[in-house]
Write a protein that binds this ligand. Structure first.
Ligand SMILES: [Zn+2]
Length: 197
């Protein structure tokens, strides 16, 4: 008798503990948020590196850069005509040629020439072209084909640029700079090389 009772008691304990365990499991399952599934993903990004098409200042990024063409320092010693930074670098032939043969707009030639004269030739009395207001523009007479003429003015200074309509690499830009009615510089720009007349 006593052994039967102790067996029942044991059996009840086993059943109760089984129910509690099951309820506990359900309780956990119901209160848990949706399981977060972490999937490791390999992302392959193809970065297309566009080769530079022109030469710019290593400090300020300006395209108004100068190298002494026709000397041993050509495509080696560089000067930024905008910020004055100087650096030494030999650019790949293809990029260097591209830089020399690029088409330059008239207003770019205006600024480039004045910056060159101020920075390289020490003509500091000429205005900083990037800090003044310019007026003027294309003055090519109607019906005249084959060449373009531009005239720009600021504070008593006039910059006149004339160039033939031809392949960019063959263009010789003729430039005249007048200050207070007097010619202060006359020359040309051909493939990034300035020559005084
Ligand atoms: Zn610079």
């Amino acid at each position: 008798m006593s052994s039967r009772r102790s067996f029942l008691k044991y059996a009840v304990v086993v059943v109760v503990s089984a129910v509690v365990t099951a309820a506990g499991t359900w309780g956990i399952a119901l209160s848990m948020p949706a399981k977060t599934v972490t999937v490791e993903k390999t992302v392959t990004t193809t970065v297309t590196v566009t080769p530079p098409t022109t030469i710019t200042c290593l400090t300020c990024g300006s395209t108004y850069v100068y190298t002494p063409i026709g000397t041993k320092s050509e495509n080696f010693e560089w000067t930024c005509l905008r910020c004055g930074y100087r650096w030494k670098k030999t650019y790949p032939e293809k990029l260097y040629t591209q830089w020399r043969e690029a088409y330059l707009t008239a207003d770019y030639v205006r600024d480039y020439t004045l910056l060159y004269l101020r920075e390289i030739k020490g003509m500091k009395s000429l205005p900083d072209p990037l800090k003044v207001e310019w007026t003027g523009g294309r003055t090519t007479p109607e019906g005249l084909i084959g060449s373009e003429t531009y005239a720009y003015k600021t504070n008593g200074v006039t910059v006149t640029i004339n160039y033939p309509v031809t392949l960019a690499k063959n263009i010789i830009y003729k430039i005249t700079i007048e200050s207070q009615g007097k010619t202060v510089w006359e020359g040309q720009l051909f493939q990034r090389q300035f020559t005084q007349k």
